[in-house]
Design a protein around this ligand. Structure first.
Ligand SMILES: Nc1ncnc2c1ncn2[C@@H]1O[C@H](COP(=O)(O)OP(=O)(O)OP(=O)(O)O)[C@@H](O)[C@H]1O
Length: 254
């Protein structure tokens, strides 16, 4: 394969992904592609298989069938840590921060983990990690909270703080499961604005599951609609929101 055709490849591609839990087909032959610099929202009714898809592309579940590629390289069935090293970082619905550590310590730990260093930081490493951690905090507007114990941050800031951990992994693609759930609508937009600016500045792509259609309409380049373990529709937010099938099966419940 030439380098030209490699650069034209989608950043993330899945083909015929399938997994079942007993009789439930949570992924039933999913084909999916995400281009570089795209912000793609996944929507769909409860139980449609949205989180399962995120688990499949981040290695938390192994598909019974099908394949996933990142930047043209196969990542199917790789362990989550290996996948994150390849360039996919995931921020979870439930924040993963050490709540009794400061924000900057959390970030430095994430950077050390990325580098495979679990103990014995040298003073030089420590300074380099601290500088890098501060850069990420500045990018996400959290520099003033660097020394705050993450357990005492208000919910909206904790959500952003959790996302900073994903940024610290230096990914190509951010995977977010409901980045704005559980916060007020004013805060929701503030979080999304900050996040979108940070992603653009870093040249990141994102794949996010979202139930809030206002957030989807405002921030997604493309929307992929899940139903019963497969993709039932996709398009721009306007296209998807004017699709009667989507309105009937999804929007009534989102
Ligand atoms: N580990 C598991 N064991 C058994 N069943 C599972 C497991 N994970 C998911 N399922 C089932 O697979 C289906 C898809 O679940 P999934 O969580 O992916 O849906 P979702 O679209 O993310 O739903 P929601 O919007 O409610 O989070 C559901 O019927 C769910 O109960």
């Amino acid at each position: 394969m030439t380098s030209n055709s490699a650069s034209a490849q989608p950043l993330l591609r899945a083909e015929d992904l399938a997994i079942s839990f007993g009789a439930i087909k949570a992924a039933d032959g999913v084909d999916f592609a995400l281009q570089r610099n795209e912000f793609v929202a996944i929507i769909g009714p409860n139980g449609a298989g949205k989180t399962t898809f995120l688990n499949l592309v981040t290695g938390y579940l192994k598909p019974h069938r099908g394949n996933v590629w990142l930047d043209g390289r196969p990542i199917t069935r790789m362990a989550p840590r290996r996948i994150s090293r390849q360039g996919i970082a995931r921020a979870f619905q439930i924040p993963q921060l050490f709540t009794d550590h400061s924000l900057i310590d959390n970030l430095m730990l994430a950077i050390a983990a990325r580098e495979g260093i679990w103990q014995g930081l040298t003073p030089l490493n420590r300074r380099a990690y601290r500088d890098e951690a501060m850069e990420v905090l500045e990018l996400l507007g959290l520099a003033a909270d660097a020394e705050t114990m993450t357990g005492t941050l208000p919910e909206g800031l904790r959500k952003l703080a959790d996302i900073t951990l994903a940024f610290a992994l230096n990914p190509k693609l951010l995977v977010l499961d409901e980045p704005t759930s559980g916060v007020s609508s004013i805060e929701r937009f503030r979080i999304m604005e900050t996040l979108m600016n940070a992603m653009r500045r870093r040249g990141l792509s994102a794949l996010f599951v979202e139930h809030d259609m206002e957030v989807v309409q405002k921030y997604a380049d493309r929307v992929v609609v899940w139903n019963a373990g497969h993709v039932m529709a996709e398009g721009t937010p306007a296209e998807v929101m004017s699709n009667p099938e989507v309105l009937e099966s999804v929007v009534g419940v989102v």
